[in-house]
Each structure stands twice: as C-alpha cells, then as structure tokens.
Write a protein that binds this ligand. Sequence first.
Ligand code: NAD
Length: 288
Amino acid sequence: MRIGFIGLGNMGGGMAANLVEAGHQVRAFDLSEVALGQAKKAGCATFPTAKEAVSGVEAVVSMLPNGGIVKSVYGSDVIGHAPGGAILIDCSTIDVATAREVGAMAADGGYMMVDAPVSGGIAAASAGTLTFMVGGEDEAFRRAEPVLADMGKAVIHAGDAGNGQAAKICNNMLLAVQMIGTAEAFRMAERLGLDPQTFYDISSVSSGQCWSMTSYCPVPGVGPESPADKDYQGGFATALMLKDLKLAMAAAENAGSKTPLGQHARALYEDFAAENGGLDFSAIIRTL
Ligand code: NAD
C-alpha cells in the first residue's frame, strides 16, 4: 500500500520503519531534516512538504506533538490534497475535542478518518508492539486496522471519532493514580519496617496488585526489570505523563466528570515535572 507518513520523531520514526518492513511504500514528511534523514535510511521516500508526501496515497498516518499541529496539518496539507479514497489515521495523543473536530473536517472533505492513539513507548514503536485505541466509524476502523496491525500487537475499536483519545487519557489517568499509590505503599511499607521485596511478594498476590507494581515497579531491584533499575532513564517520560494528565483534566471538565484523584495526580506530576520532566514517571517515588 502507498502510505503518507507525517511526523517521524521518536515514535513516528519507528512506526514508519515498521510499515516499510511490512512491504508498504512509505512517503514521509517531517519538519526536521534529521528525522527525514533517519526515515530515508529506514527505506521511506522523503518529501519536502506534507502535500507532496500525501499525493497519490491510499492511507495517511500522522504522529505529531499536539492537537493544534494535527488540526493545522490536516486542514492545510492533507484534506483536499490526499486522494479522496485515502483513509486518514492520526496516532498522536491529542485532546478529545480537537480529535472530533478534525474527524468532522475530514468527513466534510469526503474522507474517512480515525483517531488511533497508542499505548507503549519508543521501544514498542520500534518493535512494532504498540496497542492502538481507535475512534471512528465501523468502516473507517475496518480500513485502518490492517495498517495499524503492521505497527502494533493490538488494535481495538473504541467507538466513534474521539473515543480512541478518550480511552487513552482515561487509561493514563488511571495509570498515574496507580503509580503514585504504588510508590506511596512501598515507601510506607519500608517506614513500617517491611523489606520492599517482602512487601512485593505479599502485595503482588493480594488485592493491592496492579500493573505499576508487577510490570513496572517504581522500586529498584524489585519485580521484573523496569526504568527504576536504570535510574529512571528511558521508559515513559514524566513530561509526557503530565501532557496526558492535562488532556485528561480538560476532557473531565468538558464532560462534567468528577476526578479528584486525577486532579491530585496532575498537581503532583506538575510539581515533579518542573525539574524532572525527562525522568520516567515512576521516579515520582523520589518525592515521597
Ligand atoms: P517527537 O517530538 O519525537 O516527534 C514529533 C515529530 O513531529 C518531530 O519529528 C517534529 O519535527 C514533527 N513535527 C512537528 N510539527 C510538524 C509539522 N507541522 N509537520 C510535520 N512534522 C512535524 O514526539 P514523539 O515522542 O514521537 O511523540 C509523538 C506523539 O506520540 C505525541 O502526541 C505523544 O504524546 C505521543 N506518544 C508518545 C509516546 C512516547 O513515549 N514518546 C508514547 C505514547 C504516545
């Protein structure tokens, strides 16, 4: 398939490379020459503008920093420039309202579009093991699914336009709350005289068990290898968790949903990110 790919950064670079690997012809565009150079090495054809990259394609995939950029790229360079039959797939993490707005712009232009944000970081993007949460009509999902399957391990339909983003921010809000809770429990256990490994052995098979404990433990040397074992380098950056929590709180306000723990998690991550935005989000344990 001929695929236009816009946004070849930390995530998009690996995703585009996996599409090439799967046998697609990838036409790539990014504002960064460095990103374009890497895409070329991975086997993408590179173009000086997004309009040229989406010319004659059957699908467009984007992986961009935020909703403002997604809206401007689709509004100026994709809608009306990609062929009418192309399926449009935005994988960026953006706010639900903008995702729905861009979806409606695409529909007005005669295109099918899905929002398909991901779970999984840079390593999963490179390995082709992302999980995609997809919002859009049934037919749009059916057309996007095989393209997404070439970049991930799971592709899940979450409902209509914007529902992929809704699933992503609800999941990440839960993750943030769960990580802070896990970190608090380990610190308190230690203060009460429990060895962290002993607490892990007990809690990981008791009702406090959760992903933050058994797959991504914030305490070094406990549980499977995690960023805590590498001094909180790599993994999911605190700055990106804060971005998702801000999107979650904006969506909660729009929807009139009460999220007291989500708000608290956002405040704690905001303070922590001021000095530690590059560290993995499990490093929040250092504040306790
Ligand atoms: P990044 O900054 O590494 O990549 C973004 C790329 O978009 C850059 O190469 C930039 O030059 C390019 N870009 C910006 N404006 C552009 C424009 N107008 N036209 C073309 N290219 C443009 O960011 P990333 O880490 O790859 O993240 C991308 C998206 O994925 C974000 O929405 C992020 O929230 C989401 N995400 C990231 C991770 C992660 O672990 N990094 C995990 C899940 C989701």
